[in-house]
Write a protein that binds this ligand. Structure first.
Ligand code: SAH
Length: 223
């Protein structure tokens, strides 16, 4: 799976993808991250990628031209390598988009290439949503300053679903939201057994695996 991320702040992605499971997945070639600096695609002589909104109002709006050219560039490069358009999905992050959740992550994990457009400022010229992307995604009912955090969230949650990204295949099975929103992971504990008089449930210490499974199943349903 390759994530193609279009942003005016490619450097914002550096630290997060250098650590943990994602950094390992990148090293092992299980996922690939391609960052595109939107400014490289503007035809404006001052390298501007935004402009004032028609009709007035506060802030600036991201222009359609650099985004159009950048998405086309990515798609053309992929087509040259034999990638079919059906294997590519283009997504715009926007607060008004479809709500992102684990089921959406599962759907996205079926594509070979995901192209993400990260908005900034007051938002993105609506013609991008109308004509360029396949889907608009919101990661929650709040407004962020840009689409970079949403892109990281989607890269992270989709990557976990890809074969071999998590060290231990079993960790996926029991994970929260796997196979529906009602499914919640069971609570976990580690040493010490007693901390500040806060103790670990007895059943987990007794080594009776049937009982442990029963307890865990009950916890998963009861939450
Ligand atoms: N004026 C817009 C918010 C713009 S925030 C509004 O009220 O809807 C700037 C950019 O941040 C957006 O273009 C989008 O790319 C990103 N963004 C902000 N909140 C988001 C959210 N909840 N989900 C996904 N992207 C978001």
């Amino acid at each position: 799976m390759t994530f193609h991320i279009i942003t005016i702040f490619p450097e914002a992605f550096e630290s997060y993808f250098k650590v943990g499971i994602l950094s390992r997945a990148i090293e092992e070639g299980k996922i690939k991250l391609e960052l595109y600096n939107l400014r490289d695609f503007t035809k404006d002589k001052h390298k501007k990628v935004d402009d004032a909104p028609y009709g007035g109002g506060p802030g600036m709006v991201m222009s359609v031209q650099p985004i159009f050219d950048c998405v086309n560039f990515v798609k053309e490069e992929l087509n040259k390598k034999g990638v079919l358009n059906e294997e590519i999905k283009t997504i715009l992050f926007s607060a008004k988009g479809e709500k992102y959740n684990q089921q959406a992550a599962e759907k996205l994990s079926g594509f070979k290439h995901l192209i993400f457009i990260c908005g900034r400022y007051e938002g993105v010229d609506e013609r991008v949503a109308e004509n360029i992307v396949d889907q608009e995604l919101s990661i929650g009912e709040y407004v962020l300053s840009g689409g970079e955090l949403p892109a990281m969230i989607v890269v992270d949650s989709v990557s976990r679903l890809l074969p071999g990204v998590l060290g231990n295949e079993e960790s996926l099975e029991s994970e929260s939201h796997n196979g529906g929103n009602e499914n919640i992971d069971y609570p976990v504990y580690t040493r010490p057994e007693d901390f500040n008089n806060w103790t670990v449930p007895r059943v987990l210490l007794d080594g009776n695996h049937a009982e442990i499974n029963k307890w865990r199943n009950k916890k998963q349903q009861g939450r």
